[in-house]
Design a protein around this ligand. Structure first.
Ligand code: HPA
Length: 287
């Protein structure tokens, strides 16, 4: 076991180094903010000035994003005056990748100079007050995948990135949350706030699972984000998290239509402009 985890650490260090060398060779500009765009939210990347697009498939050590609605590339450049790297699509645990590889882009972003991360996702609304196309500011998370024994920080610690036992009381930066709330208000967007719970997926939840998630304090459920936030916080990045509510939970089988990826993609089209408005306001003042 010791040898296995040690070799994962070696692979991880080598992968970070190889990816950084490759990226610097293609575009030497330092990164400041990593922005991860979830399912159907990729359009924000079209606003990047002086954009350089780098497919994950070209980057050594990177997994490919295989999900429909995820382009699978970095868009590097300037957004609203700030040097950014946008992830147009992400990797998920359910695609079969180990969590160190799912979160590799976050460690690479840190090595490229990023100090902040804006992470977005599509999520199912569990809170009864939520509607389709709402945006939820993530105030906290529940890592059910982690509780089941899968955590990207398991294995020998990368001391140059962060401590063995990172604390998570303010994983979602209070100051950035306040700025996002103000930005939403200024743009006339009714911003929801709540706790995001991460499941492995890829199936959607049963009604009994959704009732369980509500009982433990979750407001929205998804299949991403938490792993990236753990690695970002470990590396000292300040994090802002936004969930687009693409469907609302059926807490019993006779309540409404079952969720589908098509529904998620349709709602994302309504959510994208709201996230765009919040990011436009927050990004220039976040550094
Ligand atoms: N469950 C899990 N993940 C999701 C959902 C959902 O209902 N909607 C979008 N991503």
């Amino acid at each position: 076991m010791a040898n296995v985890t040690a070799s994962i650490q070696q692979t991880l260090r080598e992968s970070i180094e190889a990816a950084v060398t490759h990226l610097r060779h293609l575009d030497a500009r330092p990164w400041r903010v990593l922005i991860i765009l979830g399912s159907g939210l990729g359009a924000l990347a079209d606003e990047v000035a002086d954009a350089k697009r780098i497919p994950y498939a070209d980057i050594p050590g990177f997994a490919r994003s295989t999900v429909q609605g995820h382009k699978g590339q970095f868009v590097i450049g300037t957004l609203f005056g700030v040097p950014v790297a946008i992830m147009q699509g992400r990797m998920h645990f359910y695609e079969g990748y180990p969590l160190w590889q799912v979160t590799l882009p976050v460690r690479v972003a840190r090595a490229m100079g990023a100090t902040h991360m804006i992470v977005t996702n599509a999520a199912g609304g569990i809170n009864r007050a939520f509607n389709i196309a709402d945006v939820m500011l993530i105030t906290d998370h529940i890592n059910l995948v982690g509780m089941a024994g899968h955590n990207p920080l398991i294995g020998p610690n990368l001391d140059e990135y962060g401590p063995r036992f990172p604390e998570m009381t303010t994983a979602y930066d209070p100051e950035l949350r306040q700025r996002a709330a103000q930005a939403a208000q200024a743009a006339g967007i009714e911003l929801r706030q709540g706790v995001y719970v991460c499941l492995a997926g890829p199936n959607f939840e049963t009604p009994a699972e959704l009732r369980f998630l509500r009982a433990i304090g979750a407001d929205a459920v998804g299949m991403s984000t938490v792993h990236e936030v753990l690695v970002a916080r470990h590396a000292g990045l300040r994090v802002l998290g936004l969930s687009g509510i693409t469907n609302v939970a059926r807490l019993s089988a006779d309540e409404g239509a079952p969720p589908s990826h098509e529904e998620v993609m349709q709602a994302s089209a309504q959510i994208a402009p709201k996230i765009f408005a919040i990011v436009r306001d927050v990004l220039p003042q976040m550094l």
